[in-house]
Every structure is written in structure tokens, then in C-alpha cells.
Design a protein around this ligand. Structure first.
Ligand code: TYD
Length: 134
């Protein structure tokens, strides 16, 4: 599977808009965990790593940030700045999240419970691993 932007339903209402996702309707995996990143100081970068198995979906619930993915040969950059779409990230993509705006809130859902052994934290090891698997 490829990384892709998934547009979410947007129920427009004069009282305020509402969006949602549920699996398997909007997401290509069952949600096992949610976490969020917030209070990011200006200029900081989160998440320079890949996951061997975990898939994720990231939404900018507030503010904006860039998700930069690397597939082992090239970089792909996605700017997230609305709460009615998000980025699906398959397993085995190196990713970093950067350029956070003030008050940015990143909601991330994943198909796995937290498992530190699923992380690949060395970029060179990631590239080697990815190219071996292709
Ligand atoms: P990490 O995934 O390295 O953060 P990021 O990649 O977004 O910069 O996680 C930071 C710390 O939080 C690390 O010590 C593991 C812990 N953590 C959990 O305990 N549970 C979780 O679900 C997540 C995402 C992280």
C-alpha cells in the first residue's frame, strides 16, 4: 500500500463542523491505539523513525505541520492543516513530523499497541531493510 491523504466526512453545521473516522469505513486498518502530539516548541522535529509493522493515520486536529516520508529511495512531503483529512502511512516508511505551528495538535491512530521493538531508529538500517524487502 502507498501513503495517501484520506478525506474524512465533514458535517457542516452553523453550530460548528464535525468530522469523524471509523474503521474499516474510512481507514484501511482496525484502530488499536491513539496518541497525540502537542505543545511542540517552535522548530522541533518528532518521530524520526520507521515501523516494521505498524500502520498509522495522522490528522492535524488543530494548527498545521508537515509529515515527511521516505520510502527508501525518495522523500514525500505532506502538509496537514485541516481536521477533515489525514495521512495514511503504511508500515516501513521512515517519517518525521516537522514545521509545527503554534498550538498544533497531531492525532495519530495505529493498528498496533505500543511496541518499542517495532521501531527502526537508524535511517541507514531502514534503507537497507527496505531495499532487501523489495
Ligand atoms: P516516540 O514514538 O519516539 O515519539 P515520536 O516518534 O512521536 O517523536 O515516543 C516517545 C516516547 O513515548 C517513547 O519513550 C515511547 C513513548 N510512547 C509510549 O509509551 N506509548 C505510545 O503509544 C507512544 C506513541 C510513545
Amino acid at each position: 500500500m502507498e501513503p495517501r491523504i484520506i478525506n474524512l466526512p465533514k458535517i457542516e453545521d452553523p453550530r460548528g463542523n464535525l468530522s469523524f473516522f471509523e474503521s474499516p469505513k474510512q481507514l484501511p486498518f482496525e484502530i488499536e491505539r491513539a496518541y497525540w502530539i502537542y505543545d511542540v516548541p517552535g522548530g522541533e522535529i518528532r518521530g524520526s523513525h520507521a515501523f516494521k509493522e505498524q500502520q498509522e493515520f495522522i490528522v492535524a486536529l488543530s494548527g498545521s505541520f508537515d509529515v515527511v516520508l521516505h520510502d527508501g529511495s525518495q522523500e514525500l512531503k505532506f502538509s496537514l492543516n485541516r481536521s477533515y483529512y489525514g495521512l495514511y502511512i503504511p508500515k516501513m516508511y521512515w517519517r518525521r513530523i516537522e514545521n509545527f505551528s503554534t498550538n498544533a495538535l497531531a492525532l495519530i491512530v495505529s493498528d498496533r499497541k505500543f511496541d518499542s521493538s517495532d521501531y527502526i531508529r537508524n535511517f541507514e538500517a531502514f534503507v537497507n531493510w527496505k531495499n532487501e524487502k523489495i
